[in-house]
Design a protein around this ligand. Structure first.
Ligand code: AKB
Length: 317
């Protein structure tokens, strides 16, 4: 089999996806691509690791040539809150990085998985039961890069026949690698703080519903879509996928069931609150269910139980 490259392999999703793919396809067949952040010993020692700056097309070409790569999971990207702090950098990494990957994929006949996000929607989108195909006028640089990415992936498929596929991820919750600078990060932080301090101050306002997903389902979504029979895919890119939708007080109530002393208060961050209010309350992911059998395994209560159990072990608590 041709090998797999994961860009952004040191990030929140990339670090777990790389290990998941190594388990599934053999460690030597999965090349972890990272840039600035130091990889964990596990990631570095369990298979090939290469420095790949996606904004440098030569660097991408070199690694794809060297390892005879057939599939690229392109996860290198800036998240929403960080992107608002440095919009030019966000454009460079999220859009120029992606077009470099797509160009190299076109030259080398690679398949490409690229995640979009709930961030690809905006205030003028229907925010309840957000349809698969709907208005996309995001007001954040992150959202603008994500819509551009969805269109670029469609373009490379339609014009050049590159096998591009992707999902719109909601907030991803995991206990392994913390997310870096997203709007939905509170849903991860709450567990660390609940275990360490029994209290959490939430930067998102009560009542603000957002789609979320536990990491095992996020990994399954990526691999199931990449393994799906192409003839069943009508959309290919930017599939809505969700597993649960909740507001801060609902996840707090769930944590409290497991850690009864837990309390939460609020200190709302206007930047992230503004972003959250422009994102769907919950998406309609029926296209993913129909076209490639998407079905999440974890709901809010199952995810919360597993997070607390795993984090207690990780934090030695
Ligand atoms: C973020 O909050 O920026 C990400 C996302 C939903 O794309 N987690």
């Amino acid at each position: 089999m041709k090998r797999i490259l994961v860009t952004g392999s040191v990030g929140q999703i990339g670090s777990e996806l790389t290990m998941f793919l190594r388990d599934r396809y053999g460690a030597d067949n999965v090349v972890a691509g990272g840039r600035k952040t130091k990889p964990s010993e596990e990631l570095k020692n369990s298979g090939p690791f290469e420095i790949v700056d996606c904004t440098d097309i030569e660097a991408v070409r070199k690694v794809v040539d060297k390892y005879d790569i057939g599939t690229i999971y392109h996860l290198a990207a800036l998240l929403s809150a960080v992107a608002e702090g440095n919009p030019q950098l966000a454009w460079n990494v999220n859009v120029n990085g992606l077009i470099n990957v797509l160009e190299v994929a076109r030259e080398h006949n690679c398949s490409v998985f690229t995640p979009s996000s709930i961030g690809a929607f905006g205030h003028s989108t229907p925010l309840d039961n957000t349809p698969q195909d709907t208005i996309q006028r995001p007001g954040t640089m992150y959202g603008i890069t994500k819509v551009s990415g969805e269109l670029l992936c469609d373009y490379y498929y339609q014009k050049y026949g590159v096998d591009t596929r992707g999902v719109r991820y909601p907030g991803i919750i995991s206990y392994v690698t913390p997310p870096g600078g997203g709007t939905t990060d509170y849903a991860v932080e709450i567990f660390y703080e609940a275990i360490k301090k029994k209290k959490y101050t939430c930067y998102i306002k009560e009542g603000t519903k957002l789609d979320m997903m536990y990491m095992p389902d996020a990994l399954k979504a990526a691999v199931d879509l990449m393994e799906a029979d192409a003839k069943n895919l009508k959309h290919r890119n930017a599939f809505n996928v969700s597993a649960m939708s909740f507001a801060p007080e609902e996840i707090a109530a769930e944590v409290k069931k497991i850690i009864p002393e837990f309390t939460m208060d609020y200190d709302v961050d206007p930047l992230r609150q503004g972003i959250a209010e422009s994102w769907p309350n919950y998406m309609d992911d029926s296209a993913a269910r129909e076209e490639w059998g998407w079905k999440p395994e974890y709901n809010l209560s199952e995810m919360s139980k597993d997070m607390v159990e795993k984090l207690r072990i990780k934090l030695g608590n």
